[in-house]
Design a protein around this ligand. Structure first.
Ligand code: HEM
Length: 551
């Protein structure tokens, strides 16, 4: 009895002593100590690599973390001129919980991208930047990037056969979003319009019909992708030792969005597993059945080929969809959004939109109204308009990051520096894509920049065409990556979705421009940046009307 009353009074005394200022001081001390531990665990780079930002002292580090939010882009631009142009790497500050990054110059792109994954890892870099363990619902899904192998192995290979389905979805999605009224002009939020179109088309390929038209499923996937961006931004600001707690708290919306999507798609997955198993068992009822070519089928085939029963669980399959949806949806929505703004705000007397309309209308007619791989490859101006928008209106400073995972670190022989395990390297796509030595008038949107030479080649008499010249102009196509055009990455980890994106955006532009009148924009709305994250202009309105005799 005496014991319990003394316990109560002790608890009471402790509670009484907990004033707001004491709690705040305790949190401050704890966070400071956590950040100091963080700093001591971060990789150290040699002094011989020059720095941008405020420097390396503790005060400078604090200023770098704050400055990162506003000045990151400026720092990288400054380093590009001062160091990258002279073939030198430099160090740029990063967010509080992230290691600083070494920006590798263009001249060393091949060196960086050709190092083996066991030394310089893409997948560890993606996992760190996106906090995959938390955002993508478990270490099992981030440790083995099975879903990436599924996409690499299948998407481009099956694309020609998927073109009719993509065309069908492009038409129905645009009709639904932009309407069919040939009399009244309609005012639309452009960002919302792209969000109404792209997730449907992407999911036609990933999960097929009718799931690709299920509002609950699509909304959950878009909200999931939004949550990944928000969570990553928040985790960037917390010391690493707190990530296991903060990450697990933040991932709750991700679980909710996944669960909602899973409720919709699980019966489709279960049915597919059943059908494929019956067919494999030789059931005569399945003799003439062919599995739909989509992510679900590809995932099941690969899980069987690799002997991975874990990947055959319907919940695993729908979780494997999440990073692919993340990689596919917002990247394409932003690209389409920026493309439309670049075209609508361009000087209309240059005739970019008319040129694309003429080209897509003519080729589609020659194709008998149905797109094919060959027909889409003949859309030279449309291809160029998209590639040029991805060049000038980049939505990231860098999309190519690599993490040093070799125990012994890596050495850059040409500059003589050594980076320890845990170091981060990046390529600066913004710098090269706006470099006046690489592109004439680099800051203007010249839609047919890449198609002029291709069209000239097409006009040549057969006797003057040869494989060297053909290869030269072929390299100007939007799916071709290079060290001067990095929007889809470069090297063996370049985006495996880019062939699909090219088909999708070309079909969208063809249908839009041939079936709708769109009012030009007076000026090009500008995005905002927070650190390395772009905030696209979300409130852009366009006015649109269906062309007569198109419904
Ligand atoms: C305009 C839209 C897109 C852009 C700008 C884009 C950009 C990129 C970039 C720059 C990379 C390389 C990252 C690196 O080297 O670290 C990449 C990788 C990847 N992308 Fe895309 N992407 C787009 C659409 C898609 C689509 C539609 C899919 C799938 C359906 C997809 C799936 C992937 C995957 C799985 C990877 C990882 C490849 C690997 O690590 O080997 N992307 N993407």
């Amino acid at each position: 009895m005496a014991d319990s009353s003394s316990n109560i009074s002790l608890t009471g005394q402790v509670l009484e002593s907990l004033t707001i200022s004491r709690v705040a001081t305790a949190i401050f001390i704890f966070l400071t100590a956590s950040f100091l531990v963080d700093i001591s665990l971060k990789p150290r780079y040699p002094k011989s690599i020059p720095r941008v930002g405020y420097g390396d002292s503790y005060i400078a580090t604090l200023k770098n973390w704050i400055g990162y939010v506003v000045y990151f882009g400026r720092w990288v631009d400054e380093g590009y001129v001062k160091y990258s142009k002279h073939d030198r790497a430099f160090v740029v500050p990063s967010a509080a919980s992230r290691p600083q990054e070494i920006v590798v110059p263009r001249s060393q792109t091949a060196w960086m991208l050709e190092l083996p994954d066991r030394i310089l890892s893409t997948h560890h870099a993606h996992n760190d930047v996106l906090y995959s363990e938390y955002n993508f619902l478990g270490k099992a899904y981030s440790d083995d990037v099975f879903h990436i192998r599924v996409v690499h192995r299948n998407l481009a290979r099956h694309l020609p056969g998927l073109i009719p389905a993509i065309q069908d979805e492009v038409h129905s999605a645009i009709d639904a979003v932009f309407g069919t009224d040939t009399v009244e002009w309609k005012s639309l939020n452009l960002w919302e319009a792209w969000l109404g179109i792209v997730p449907r088309i992407t999911n036609r390929v990933l999960v097929g019909k009718p799931t690709c038209n299920n509002e609950e499923f699509l909304k959950s996937m878009v909200h999931f992708a939004d949550a990944v961006v928000t969570n990553s931004f928040i985790l960037n600001m917390f010391p690493k030792i707190l990530h296991p707690i903060v990450g697990r708290l933040l991932q709750w919306p991700n679980w909710r969005h996944w669960n909602r999507a899973h409720q919709v798609v699980q019966s489709v997955i279960a049915q597919r597993l059943h059908d494929m198993a019956r067919q494999a068992a030789g059931d005569p009822a399945y003799q003439d059945w062919t599995a739909p070519e989509d992510f679900i089928t590809w995932d099941i085939r690969m899980a069987k080929a690799e002997g991975k029963p874990f990947e055959l669980d319907p919940a695993s399959i729908s979780k494997r969809l999440l990073p692919v949806e993340f990689a596919a949806i917002h990247t394409t929505v932003i690209t389409g959004h920026f493309l439309m703004m670049d075209l609508l705000a361009s000087d209309q007397s240059l005739g970019y939109m008319d040129g694309i309309r003429e080209e897509t209308g003519r080729v589609l007619k020659e194709e008998g109204g149905n797109w094919t791989k060959n027909g889409l490859s003949r859309l030279l101006r449309t291809d160029s308009a998209i590639r040029e928008s991805m060049r000038v209106s980049n939505f990231a400073t860098s999309l190519i990051k690599r993490k040093v995972i070799a125990e012994e670190g890596i050495t850059n022989e040409s500059e003589g520096w050594h980076v320890p395990r845990g170091g981060f390297l990046m390529l600066n796509l913004s710098g090269v894509q706006h470099d006046p030595d690489l592109y004439e008038n680099p800051n203007s949107y010249d839609a047919f920049r890449f198609s002029r030479a291709r069209e000239e080649y097409e006009e040549l008499p057969q006797s003057q065409k040869n494989s060297d010249a053909w290869m030269r102009v072929q390299k100007l196509g939007m799916v071709t990556t290079s060290d001067a055009h990095l929007a889809f990455g470069h090297g063996r980890h370049a985006c495996p979705g880019r062939f699909f994106v090219a088909h999708e955006l070309k079909m969208i532009m063809a249908y839009l421009l041939n079936n709708y009148e769109i009012e030009p924009l007076a000026t090009r709305p500008q995005p905002q940046w927070i650190g390395q994250t772009i905030i696209p202009p979300l409130d852009v309105k366009i006015r649109i009307r269906r062309r007569k005799a198109t419904v």
